[in-house]
Design a protein around this ligand. Sequence first.
Ligand code: NAG
Ligand code: NAG
Ligand code: NAG
Ligand code: NAG
Ligand code: NAG
Ligand code: CA
Length: 519
Amino acid sequence: MSLLLYAALSAVSWHSCLAADPAALKCLSLQKTLHIENTMVLNTEYVAGARNVTTPGSCQSTAKVEGAPLCRVQFVVNTTSTSSVYGEAWLPDTWYGRFLTTGNGGLGGCPQYSRLNYGSSMHFATVGTDNGHDGNTGLPFLHHPEVINDFAFRAIHVVTVVGKQIVAAHYGAPAAKAYYLGCSTGGRQGTQAALRFPDDFDGIAVGAPATDWNHLIGSSGIKSHYVGGTAPAPFNNTSPKFIPAALWPMVSAEILRQCDGKDGVLDGIITEPDDCAFNPAPLACKPGQTADCLRPPQIQALRNIYSPLLDKHGKLLFPRFTPGAEADPKAAQIFGGPMYQYTADWERYVMSNVTSYDFTDFSVRDIARWDAINAGGIATFDGDLSAFRARGGKFLSWHGRRDPTQLIPAANSKRVYELVAQTLRLRPHAMDAFYRLFLVPGMAHCFGGVGAGAIGQDDGQNAVNTSSHNVLLALVDWVEGGKAPSTIVGTAEDGTERTHCRYPMRSVFDGRTFVCVQA
Ligand SMILES: *[C@@H]1O[C@H](CO)[C@@H](O)[C@H](O)[C@H]1NC(C)=O
Ligand SMILES: *[C@@H]1O[C@H](CO)[C@@H](O)[C@H](O)[C@H]1NC(C)=O
Ligand SMILES: *[C@@H]1O[C@H](CO)[C@@H](O)[C@H](O)[C@H]1NC(C)=O
Ligand SMILES: *[C@@H]1O[C@H](CO)[C@@H](O)[C@H](O)[C@H]1NC(C)=O
Ligand SMILES: *[C@@H]1O[C@H](CO)[C@@H](O)[C@H](O)[C@H]1NC(C)=O
Ligand SMILES: [Ca+2]
């Protein structure tokens, strides 16, 4: 983002609030009184009542502020001579002494304003960042290894260190506890924080983490490839393997026919998709049939999509696509025709330093090459959380079981759980002491989907505001009260609730309701 833009912005808002309110004056004075290494305070703005504020960058133009009154501090931190990170701190007047850093999504150049709004509404001093570049594309990475480093591990750490200093200056005392909340790429960032900067947070809540990044993004591209995607958009996929959008509902219906009832309830939710051995054969065209059926290359594409990705030695590279998740509209990002955008961007702008690339032969060999480069240490697939555990950190993870976006199947979070347990040689009861994973049947990517998906993970997802139903409050109770969450109760759009179990417990229908039982 250009410094010119920041300069213009700061000139406007400094004068826009003329209130004599002491809280407002204190907020505005931060612009002059804050002196933090490598950091320029661009603007401070006192938001006296709920309203929208203007936002810099290309991601959005306004953001809603419901946690007002609060002090909004916009800043930029130089991370190297060729990279910088934009950050915002939202400091509510009614502060409960807690600090919260929020993560990003996708290719991550957009502060997640909904989480800034959510965190500050819950009375956390809340920080967010652009993760070192503007916009949700990989183009800023091209020939910019330090921008990649910001994205891969540094931005969250830097805004956390600076954010804590801003909090201490504003309130006259440091935060008592520090938390992290993020989903998707934000889930990976939170995991990276626990691995690389174990002192930054007392509690970390992550959803649908994009961990094992190289395999995740590589396998997403291979999944696009299964249906004939060989180039990024715009690209007209005319492959015989391509499955047009109109035929996917038929695939979903067949998957539900085969697997919905396995959990004892025909409700459109597959509680344990990893137990669904979907067989696409019934969808094949019968002799003479030309419509509403699939031809052999399409059937083969489905077999590939719903099979785990193995390397040439037969070792698992990445879990399969989740049966049932194809029903989510976002699945079209992978199966809609073109090569998945994040795979295309990561290959071109990071792995190959080019602007155009031929994906015709994209394969597991390319994933091996990505592994070898592992730009910025982005993989984030390391089970050694010993330092975070030793400092008393608590790690709460959730993952929707109908997650299609970026192909982050919940099975990947099970893998990460097992990796941590194996690396630290911990049995489930010992894992429970610091690391808990909640699997949410029916939930799409981070939130939404079908089922009881509101668990306090973001703005608009806080249907019941208590720690039994809210991952952020559950984490606070765990860190500050030693009360670990045994379950998380989610709320569906129609207000019905379902108890979500912590892995490795299973969610089982007892004839009346779903209960959690030992695996
Ligand atoms: C950050 O870097 C820019 C460009 O190199 C420089 O102009 C600016 O003074 C630096 N800011 C701080 C606070 O060090
Ligand atoms: C305020 O911002 C939200 C999203 O950030 C947007 O949906 C809404 O339209 C905005 N309202 C106004 C009045 O600009
Ligand atoms: C939800 O609970 C938290 C913690 O008690 C509180 O800070 C917050 O104001 C509550 N939010 C709403 C919308 O009631
Ligand atoms: C891409 O280019 C940058 C700078 O030109 C270089 O430092 C980096 O190593 C290159 N990346 C790869 C994967 O070759
Ligand atoms: C895609 O290609 C086919 C075959 O060449 C053509 O008929 C069709 O119009 C094209 N569609 C678009 C959207 O370009
Ligand atoms: Ca079911």
